[in-house]
Design a protein around this ligand. Sequence first.
Ligand code: 13P
Ligand code: SF4
Length: 312
Amino acid sequence: MNVENPDMLRSEIEQLKKERGAVILAHYYQKGEIQDLADYIGDSLALAQIAAGLDAKVIVLCGVHFMGETAKILCPDKTVLVPDAEAGCSLADSCDAGEFARFIEEHPGHTVISYVNTSAEVKALTDVLVTSSNARKIVETFPKDEKIIFGPDRNLGNYINSVTGRDMVLWNGACHVHEQFSLEKILALKAEHPGAKILVHPECKGPVQRLADKVGSTAALLNYAKESDATEFIVATESGILHQMRKDCPEKTFIPAPPEDGTCACNECSFMKLNTLVKLRDCLRDMAPEVHVDPAVAERARKPIERMLELS
Ligand code: 13P
Ligand code: SF4
């Protein structure tokens, strides 16, 4: 295998970025080397907010496809590139737009709130989008007796129902990475590290959420780790976040929570990890793969995203 020199790759990327007038955005689940050279790193909400405010001609979205679509919907006149067009999302795939439309028809009179981890077509069927950062706040803007459909993540939906006292109708979708965390293995780690705080993403199953000292989005978990007096943390979300936690808090110890299957100590999203420095360089060089969204779908999908940004 022909392995390229990382320093050369980084300088090629910097050079191409200038030539193309591009800005690189990366999610916290990206490989460390991609996070390190991104212009902005963030959770799903921050990446959408940053994309909406950029005046660059080209956005490279290092994350998964729905994040590229969100950027393209918000910035239809910009070129949005992704390093690997195959970087999908099992949660977004768990909600087919045709089936979701039928689900909405079966629940007349309901407001439709969808998680940002959805296709543009599902967004186009939605009244307001949320991320894990703002889901609680946005749901609470509706009256207590508002009839609400929430999709596609059942774990986030159950969490929001429990903290807001709502009874939203939930779509039965989930993320294959976050559902994999093992309650027993986390309890065993806690027994070995009794002082450790347990940080849990709301896409995890309920029993894992109930162990948590903090349930929150990637950015919320990172902030909690920075502000906490604790020195050890067990982290139940995709292991890419540990890179930024260790960078921001070098004196603290971050222990990835293990999945149920296999012997692996941490839990990676194979879609997020499809992006590499080589593919990032190639996408800037070739101006491809480019994200396209059907303009009619984008027009309808923009409204619930903008409504989310206003309410955030
Ligand atoms: P946040 O960064 O919004 O917490 O999202 C997590 C996620 O699963 C992104 O795919
Ligand atoms: Fe989708 Fe889960 Fe990967 Fe996030 S971690 S991109 S929700 S499959």
